[in-house]
Design a protein. Sequence first.
Length: 232
Amino acid sequence: MPVRDVPARLVWDLPLRIFHWLLAACVAGSWLTHELGTTWFTWHARIGYVTLVLLAFRIAWGFVGPLHARFASFLRGPKAMLAYLRGRAGQGVGSAGHNPLGGLAVVTMLGLLLLQAVTGLFANDDIFNSGPLYGYVSKAQSDGLTGLHKANFDWLLVLIGLHLAAIGYYRFVKRLDLLGPMLNGRKPASQVPPQEEIASQRIWLAIVLTVIAATALWRVIAAAPPASLSLY
């Protein structure tokens, strides 16, 4: 008899998957436009705006999105974290989504990216360019936020490296594919209890939240006082 394919169940909704890959592209684009020099600052800033909108969406999605996108489904206390590290994980709502350690990594990554994007709004390059909200702070304050912006990126690189290492560990040691489900949204049914499969992806709600976030950011930037960076 032919072997039947193992049925898969939907875990990651489409808006969350789009967010994930767009955010990865934004991080890579931010690094690249910085390395290319000041002539690419406009694009660096634009990518920063997209990053802020994505982060605002993800934070909101953590409260109103489908089951496994919600913070409540994967944020756990110290006891659950310790149990997971001791190999006694897998019970409870959200076990088909992020595990307790992965959930902590998600929140840490979001926090560092939010810090990176917000400080960039006030930063300057000490030559010609400054963030759109530079006019709200003094030069000294902007310099301090610029330093934080640069140092925080180093921590982001460390976390990204750990993230990639974890993907490799699960793929080659534990024989679990994490990339495939983040592309098609599905995991094998053996890993997903029936009650943890998501039925609705709430795409229209995701669109509305994204439009609200983009509009709010545009209004904040448009209302900012004019700023100029001069060496003289």
